[in-house]
Design a binder for this molecule. Sequence first.
Ligand SMILES: Cc1cc2nc3c(=O)[nH]c(=O)nc-3n(C[C@H](O)[C@H](O)[C@H](O)COP(=O)(O)OP(=O)(O)OC[C@H]3O[C@@H](n4cnc5c(N)ncnc54)[C@H](O)[C@@H]3O)c2cc1C
Length: 439
Amino acid sequence: MQKKIVIVGAGVAGINAATKLVDNGYPGELITIIDKGNDPHNRLPEEVMTGMLGCGGWSDGKLTYHTAIGGQLAKYCGEDKAMELMDQVISNFRRFHPKPEEIFCSDPVAEPDFIKPYFGLRLFPVWHIGSNYLHEIAKAWYQYLVDKDVKFMWNSEVSSINFNNSFIEYKDDGFLYKETYDELIFAVGKSGIDFAQQLSDDYKLPTEPKSVQIGVRFEAPQKYFQKLIDISYDFKLYQKYEDVSLRSFCTNNNAAYVAVEETYGDVTYNGHAKKGEQFRNDMTNFGILMEIKGIKDPFKWSRHVVNKLQINNEGLYYSPNFTRQPGLTSEGTTVVAHPIGEDTFNSFVKKVMGGYMDYVVNFIDDMNKVFEFGDDWGMYIPEVKYLSPEPLVNYTNLALNEYPNVHFVGDALSARGITVSGAHGIYVAEYLLTNVTND
Ligand SMILES: Cc1cc2nc3c(=O)[nH]c(=O)nc-3n(C[C@H](O)[C@H](O)[C@H](O)COP(=O)(O)OP(=O)(O)OC[C@H]3O[C@@H](n4cnc5c(N)ncnc54)[C@H](O)[C@@H]3O)c2cc1C
């Protein structure tokens, strides 16, 4: 019997899974990838979350290489296997890169003295690709899979999945279509978080509770942070209090741009960096994210807070220096953000954040002691990481316990990074290659 594999989501996880399959002789014509976004040639710059390579394809392309970063992986397959899977993901990015020699690795080995006693620094290697190269990688990678006869369906949003009878329904051009599968890889990423939640509710999937991480995206001229960037490109400074831990997250440098994300209809912020002197703006941006303990329903609380922190359907921008304004996106338009003054920041933002904003302010004050940027900075409010509910899966193949032919991968399995998401996809593909008969 021939097994038909359907992959929902052409993001990092789905594409790595398909690649592993065809690389090892699985017939491409038996693999269908359905995505609600565009192919890499038609994907627009503002389509940050959907289309070929998903969020990963329009991200900064920092490939982190540590099992403690980016979500659960070693828990499923063990430390050694996790590192080996991440190696495979990184080598796929190299393989389709037009200039692989330009990928550079930042590998800090010790915490520098100058950040002490205010911060700790997480130590791990990271490869940096740059968003403009990611677009080229996406095109070459797509062509490889098309040449292997993998079937792609773009602009097709999967709206329901029948786990009991193994079929999905998707919308294309306003019409509803049905597609059956033998094995399903569910890889919808962050832009599919609502859909994942809906399936979790409909099928009463047992899930592990997840914390929510919320904060701001900080932006300042790079010169102030250069001494730390020289040691660690994607530096992760951290502070810990009893109920709150904070860390800098997803640092972008040299040609660093703030990106608008839309989640649940609200504006939130992220960032990415291009490679190449022509894009240089000498700015640095990074998230300052808090993980807060003790909030009863953290997911609901964060959604409420994010929804409140909008003015005129825009997120907010605050700088203590009134001459600083929201920066330009990589496309040359102004980042959509409503500028606010100190009064609004103190009376409105701090109130909505229930006092937790003081931790962020304190983090920035401490950074100022180390990096001395004065009032030459701004922040985009809010940045948030909603994590998909993590369904309980079989550790050997990431399949739902009750539906062994449905595999959850990537951000849909509560990952939050490119290498871990891609590794999930490859892990499932390896299982399918050895366990699914195809005669
Ligand atoms: C701006 C930005 C910058 C980032 N920078 C980095 C970084 O530098 N390093 C890092 O490690 N991580 C980064 N991330 C996170 C990283 O991109 C994700 O963790 C990773 O892409 C997750 O992979 P995935 O395959 O699970 O999901 P995605 O890559 O998000 O792919 C999911 C795909 O599913 C499709 N989809 C969703 N719902 C449906 C549906 N119902 N029907 C059909 N298709 C659907 C989407 O169109 C999308 O293409 C960044 C994210 C953003 C948004």
